[in-house]
Design a protein around this ligand. Structure first.
Ligand code: ATP
Ligand code: ZN
Length: 285
């Protein structure tokens, strides 16, 4: 039987979340530690562990059918693959950072300067888009120390909190790209592999949806039920069950993250009591 071959990062910032995602999709992997490849006993999948920089190439060449990689790396490598799904982890941004003592007057401040980065393609596109000429110095790691040691004037580096830049006397002044991990696939997958990808994607979407939603239960006085129900969406409509104590009901529903706190406050104000919030493991629509 044919397998779906997926490339994920061997170690680093995307490793844990990638393995966890597969696990949450019910895919158990045989001992993943220090392996170059592994398989699953309960899903026809083969996992390759690679440097993230190599993943776009492997997927383009069809050595792997699909892969998990940051958008930053994907765009930088200029490989032809299909983005199937944004995964919501590995969030970061590629930003321009300059010495804290300097003033930033927009992209023009970069004219004629030396920019250290691991992303020459992305930075090149940014400069071109802004009509600026500057020198790009490609370095593969520890970009943030380049200005301090005189290797460059400014940097363009990945940031999530900004702490590393600050410790190196730099300040973030402009975002070139917002990035997160994405699932990509080879352009010309075989029908069997496409079908397996559909199955995997169905599970990934159920996991993602569950993470965005919470199961809530609360007690509601019957005379305010209508008002409370109106505040709750639910998959179809809320479940209402009578409590042993007369005049009261138990109301169950599903709330999404973005409206969560707002609704909880309004539910309380409408007389709901004993509100319980429970994480959802999977949500299949
Ligand atoms: P590899 O050995 O696989 O080449 P790496 O050192 O290039 O690893 P990591 O630092 O593990 O890569 O980062 C992998 C990806 O994680 C990045 O390409 C980016 O998409 C994402 N990422 C999320 N937050 C950050 C961050 N603060 N700094 C760097 N990368 C981040
Ligand atoms: Zn890398």
């Amino acid at each position: 039987m044919s397998k779906l071959r997926i490339a994920i990062q061997k170690s680093g910032r995307l490793y844990e979340d990638s393995v966890t995602l597969l696990r949450e999709c019910g895919i158990e992997l045989r001992n993943v530690k220090d392996r170059l490849r592994t398989e699953s006993d309960n899903f026809p999948i083969e996992v390759f562990f690679l440097r993230d920089d190599d993943i776009p190439q492997y997927v383009e060449d069809g050595v792997a059918d699909i892969g998990i990689v940051g958008e930053n790396v994907l765009i930088e490598k200029e490989k032809t693959v299909v983005v199937v799904e944004k995964l919501g982890f590995g969030k970061c941004r590629l930003s321009v950072a300059i010495p804290r003592s300097e003033e930033w007057q927009g992209a023009a401040s970069l004219a004629g300067r030396r920019i250290a980065t691991s992303y020459p393609v992305l930075v090149g596109q940014y400069l071109e888009h802004n009509g600026i000429r500057a020198e790009i110095h490609e370095i593969s790691g520890s970009v943030e120390i380049a200005p301090g040691i005189g290797l460059a004037d400014v940097v363009a580096d990945l940031v999530s909190s900004g702490g590393t830049l600050f410790m190196n006397g730099l300040k973030e002044v402009e975002t070139i790209l917002q990035s997160q991990a994405v699932l990509v696939r080879n352009e010309r997958l075989q029908p069997e592999q496409l079908q397996l990808l559909e199955r995997l994607l169905f599970r990934i979407q159920a996991v993602k949806k569950a993470k965005r939603n919470k199961y809530v239960l609360m007690n509601a006085p019957n005379d305010r039920l209508q008002e409370i129900i109106a505040l709750l969406p639910g998959m179809r409509s809320p479940t209402v069950l009578p409590l042993a104590e007369s005049g009261w009901s138990s109301v169950h529903s599903v709330l999404s993250e973005d409206e969560f706190w707002d609704r909880i406050e309004r539910l309380k104000a409408a007389g709901a009591e004993g509100i319980l919030v429970i994480p959802i493991e999977k949500m299949v629509m």
